[in-house]
Design a protein around this ligand. Structure first.
Ligand code: ADP
Length: 358
């Protein structure tokens, strides 16, 4: 879920905007069997849940990691539904003090599922309270202050914590180790996104042809949230400019209008790529210089454009700066120069290996 935002970065941002938040609840798969893709996670989780139900005990705590928009919140909801348990939802930034967490933990019903989104952002003192709660189903309520303070142990009902994080690396090992089951969600294949888009079209009453679904899937950056958003933009286009049916041509025309290209790159991504290739000969170039060249803040370049460009192997971050892979020239329809900083890259000209040095 990753906190709905009112100012989206653009039509291909993986973060939810206010509009997404409303539509998404209608589009979420409700049961594990309805979930598309993530086959291994689905199978593993199914065993964890069935095992626990057989023993009539709450399952191990579950940690879900992976980039935004891939289904972490959806899975948390599915876990509660499969267990027939109720679900309490909160997020790391909402837990500023240990008292915030104690108030939630002490009112959990037996077997309830507690979902903490962005769990890497839980404040430190609350995190320690979480350790005890996860391990011993106990919280220490501290009465008084200073040397006279006393901790009164309070038993809480056995529950299952589902934590979600986009930054598993930021979680302290002590917290990570207390999750009995950890699942990493990966980006989806275009074929899976095609199925997701078709399913969403059915739920939203959009008339979608298979080739239209494939076109949307291919431009969705491996992310169901983006696929569902592009579907809504394309539907508007089909209804206003066409006969309401989303075909390949209609999807192409709509997404070209929104400046989302065949690989899912948007205007900013292409600006970064084109500055790197045309103005700096493919780099290496420092972040601040690149940001000035595209007229954006450094953070916009690193947080919005680069993760996807790096992931698809069009650019790489090296100790000397950003460099373009041969595929970057190809993507822009330019001839690949003989000598470039990155070297030959992979067989398709994409950065074969990505080095993160920031
Ligand atoms: P996250 O919590 O990881 O940011 P969400 O669970 O909020 O992502 O998912 C975003 C949207 O994508 C939801 O509306 C959901 O409908 C859709 N979605 C995510 N994963 C799947 C999936 N495997 N199958 C179908 N739809 C999915």
């Amino acid at each position: 879920m990753t906190g709905p935002r009112t100012e989206p970065d653009g039509v291909v941002s993986a973060l939810a905007d206010a509009d997404d938040a409303i539509v998404e609840s209608a589009l979420r798969p409700r049961r594990l069997a309805e979930l598309i893709g993530q086959d291994r996670v689905r199978e593993q989780l199914s065993l964890v849940l069935q095992g626990a139900m057989g023993r009539r005990r709450p399952p191990d705590h579950v940690l879900l990691s992976g980039p935004p928009g891939l289904g972490k919140t959806t899975l948390a909801m599915i876990i509660a539904t499969e267990l027939g348990a109720s679900l309490r939802i909160t997020s790391g930034p909402a837990i500023e003090r240990s008292g915030d967490l104690a108030a939630i933990l002490s009112t959990l019903a037996e077997g309830e599922v507690l979902f903490i989104d962005e769990i890497h952002r839980v404040a430190r003192p609350a995190e320690e309270m979480l350790y005890l709660a996860m391990e011993d189903f106990r919280v220490d309520v501290v009465l008084g202050k200073g040397p006279g303070a006393t901790a009164i142990p309070l038993d809480i009902a056995p529950f299952t914590l589902v934590g979600a994080t986009t930054r598993a690396g930021l979680l302290p090992a002590a917290l990570r180790d207390r999750f009995g089951f950890t699942a990493h969600l990966d980006f989806y294949e275009p074929a899976e996104l095609g199925i997701i888009v078709r399913r969403s079209a059915g739920l939203l009453g959009v008339r979608l042809r298979d080739d239209g679904a494939d076109e949307i899937a291919g431009r969705s950056r491996g992310t169901p949230r983006i696929a569902n958003r592009l579907l809504r933009r394309v539907r508007d286009f089909a209804e206003v400019r066409g006969d309401g049916v989303v075909t390949r041509d209609c999807a192409r025309a709509a997404l070209d209008l929104y400046e989302v290209d065949e690989s899912g790159l948007d205007r900013l991504d292409r600006a970064v790529l084109s500055a790197l290739v045309s103005r700096f000969g493919g780099g290496p170039v420092g972040l601040s210089t690149l940001a000035v060249a595209v007229g954006e803040e450094e953070a916009t370049v690193t947080e919005v454009a680069e993760p996807f460009l790096v992931r698809v192997g069009l650019i790489a971050r090296t100790p000397r700066g950003r460099v373009a892979a041969p595929a970057a020239w190809q993507h822009l329809g330019l001839p690949v120069p003989g000598r470039i900083a990155w070297g030959p890259g992979g067989p398709d000209g994409r950065a074969a290996e990505v080095t993160l040095f920031d």
